[in-house]
Design a protein around this ligand. Sequence first.
Ligand code: ADP
Length: 242
Amino acid sequence: MLAAQQRPRLIDERGLRTDGRRPDELRPIRIELGVLKNADGSAIFEMGNTKVIAAVYGPKEMHPRHMALPDRTVLRVRYHMTPFSTDERKNPAPSRREIELSKVIREALESAILTELFPRATIDVFMEVLQADAGTRLVSLMAASMALADAGIPMRDLIAGVAVGKADEVLVLDLNEAEDMWGGADMPIAMMPSLNKVVLFQLNGTMTPEELRQALELAKKGIAEIYQLEKKAIKEKFVEVS
Ligand code: ADP
């Protein structure tokens, strides 16, 4: 790790961030549903320079059959970064980090999907990070949630999530890679907003109890904005088709 004096300044004298945003500002978001013809559901989710495509297959019969569960659907989830998603080529083989994030994302999706409606079945969810600039676990989770909605799979709610962190001791919403790398904390959180339920919560770094309280407030504000855009994207698809 570089010495402290070599770290870039994350907040300038005007109080703006490295990409010109205010501390409480999200990156531009683009959501598009139904982008793949061969999947049952698909979506592209972009948050600034972080871009993820998700594809959903199912519900379908589980093979091998002994892996099926009698009371609910088995979710099989893969989070993966493409070799060209990072500044240096990423080894395409699944890393420990990708295996762990696949599990974290699966658990979040399991709380949203009504898996009890499709016993003995399976749903496959694939997420490919096309370009990484921090926040890929959340953008992947949201892309998956949009692709599941596109596939018509019943869910308790959509999932919206954002990371809050500390840049030069200032709480900032929706970290970019520089802030993720050089900032004092990274707190990704995802919710089912209309149910006020948290489905993913992690914290890297340190925050005081007061900072944590403020970070949660900031995250909730960002999540509410993202949720509106998600609903708009679904309505647009529905109007287009009908
Ligand atoms: P998240 O993407 O959910 O924020 P991390 O905090 O682990 O997850 O990663 C932060 C960022 O670091 C990623 O979004 C990406 O921009 C970068 N990154 C992660 N893994 C790699 C890698 N193998 N090579 C280069 N950059 C990476």
